[in-house]
Design a protein around this ligand. Structure first.
Ligand code: NDP
Length: 422
């Protein structure tokens, strides 16, 4: 059905590319591009002889609109799947506008340099007006709505697992299970063990910035902020067992608050072990999570980037990680005049993922929905001009594709609730 350009060749991209290659009727040609072409070539070589899709590679620095636009002019793809970092979102969207190409990503825009005075002025205004202090938010990408509409192209934002599948679960619950949804608790449990005292399951810089930030939740039409890791709960996850989880700010809360009419409260919890939290706190205390460059022996280094170089590459965790993830949403609300609640979730086994694509479950649970989002846009099923979050489309084809492509889901009636005493 066409050609896709995939930007990025890291942990998530590796899974998405393999899944696209398994679906060559839609992804007839796949061009893999990043700043390190040799890594893209490695992925291409891994797939050689195993797919009908034609695979090519290219060099691109997606911080530069012109470089991405030149690549798109040359390749003439139907869509771009952005699996680089959130820092590149806006440059890639600009290039898509220049070239009339559809756009899909898995994470909302975040500024790399949070000391940039121009960015800082916009950020501080948003903190005051919106009431949350995370460095990432949707306003930058939602600002492209009109231009994408006028250009007649689609931008699909947040097609990973969370955001992504959790947002599709919400649209599915709205469509099939509720007349009104009142509360949503998004639970992200990783019951896996990689055997290292400390490692992150996806890009360390993005992961540690997210986790060390203030928490927040949406309640009665406004944000409530908490200190990092201030709110802790225990939950007994199907197929994983009891885990401690902590309330975080998370990007899908922002779009769901807008797209779920009448919702009263949305919270996000993620599980963390003691070792992870102790390491993170020490690293933060000594300044290793800072994104502000420092001078070291006459050379400028960014502490968190230096830390990234020391930590295990998330893509290398696959062979060592055992256990399962359980990610889903507890919804409560009203159906036919009665109160009800359900938990929609997926369980994913790290070792099963490794056997299939050579990756751990975090990359897998993000890479599969990235492929599905791209597939729905490329086949025209989720195509309309403008910028959209995944919950704004019909969830049924996405839910069906999750079952087909390796992320089957289940619905539990009357699940245990997460304590609301905050
Ligand atoms: P990795 O760090 O493993 O990979 C990032 C990739 O981006 C690398 O291949 C890198 O290649 C490429 N890249 C970075 N900068 C540039 C640039 N300037 N130009 C072109 N390519 C660039 O990250 P992950 O695979 O773990 O994560 C990928 C994305 O997925 C992130 O945005 C992350 O936030 C998101 N994510 C979303 C989740 C969800 O559920 N929604 C969950 C987990 C992750 P090179 O260095 O060669 O340029």
């Amino acid at each position: 059905m066409g050609k896709i350009v995939i930007i990025g060749c890291g942990g998530v991209a590796s899974v998405a590319i393999q899944k696209c290659a398994m679906h060559a009727e839609v992804f007839e040609e796949i061009c893999i591009a990043s700043r390190t072409k040799s890594k893209c070539d490695d992925l291409k070589n891994k797939l050689e002889g195993k797919t009908k899709a034609v695979i090519t590679t290219a060099h691109v620095d997606a911080d530069h609109v012109d470089e991405v636009a030149a690549l798109l002019m040359k390749e003439k793809p139907a869509a771009v799947l952005n699996l680089a970092l959130p820092y590149q979102d806006l440059a890639i969207m600009e290039a898509c506008l220049k070239c009339g190409v559809d756009y899909i990503d898995t994470a909302n825009y975040e500024a790399e340099d949070t000391e940039d005075p121009q960015w800082r002025a916009v950020y501080e205004k948003r903190c005051k007006e919106a009431g949350f202090t995370a460095y990432f938010d949707y306003s930058w990408q939602w600002a492209y709505r009109e231009r994408f509409r006028e250009a007649g192209i689609t931008a699909l934002l947040g097609s990973g697992f969370d955001p992504g599948v959790t947002s599709v679960f919400t649209a599915y619950a709205m469509k099939h299970y509720f007349d009104e949804i009142h509360t949503i608790d998004i639970l992200d449990c990783n019951g896996g063990d990689h055997g290292y005292p400390f490692a992150t399951n996806f890009n360390p810089e993005i992961n540690l910035r997210e986790v060390s930030a203030n928490g927040s939740y949406w309640e009665n039409g406004h944000w409530v902020e908490t200190k990092p890791m201030e709110i802790k709960r225990e939950y007994d996850f199907p197929q994983v067992g009891k885990k401690d989880m902590y309330l975080l700010h998370h990007e899908e809360i922002e779009s769901l608050a807008l797209n779920v009419p009448g919702v009263k409260r949305i919270r996000f919890f993620m599980t963390f072990g003691e070792s992870y939290l102790t390491h993170m706190s020490c690293l933060e205390n000594v300044g290793m999570l800072s994104t502000v460059p420092i001078d070291f022996d006459g050379k400028e280094i960014v502490p968190i980037q230096f830390l990234k170089a020391l930590l295990p590459d998330p893509a290398s965790l696959g062979p060592r990680t055992v256990g399962k993830t359980n990610i889903g949403c507890i919804f409560s609300g009203i159906k036919d005049g009665r109160e009800k609640s359900i938990y929609i979730y997926n369980v994913c086994d790290h070792q099963e993922c490794y056997k299939e694509v050579g990756s751990q479950a975090i990359s897998y649970t993000t890479g599969v929905p990235a492929m599905i989002g791209a597939m729905l846009v490329m086949t025209g099923i989720w195509k309309k001009p403008g910028v959209f979050n995944v919950e704004e489309f019909d969830p049924d084809p996405f839910m069906e594709a999750l079952n087909t492509w390796g992320l089957p889901w289940a619905v539990e009636d009357n699940p245990a609730k997460v304590d609301t005493e905050l």
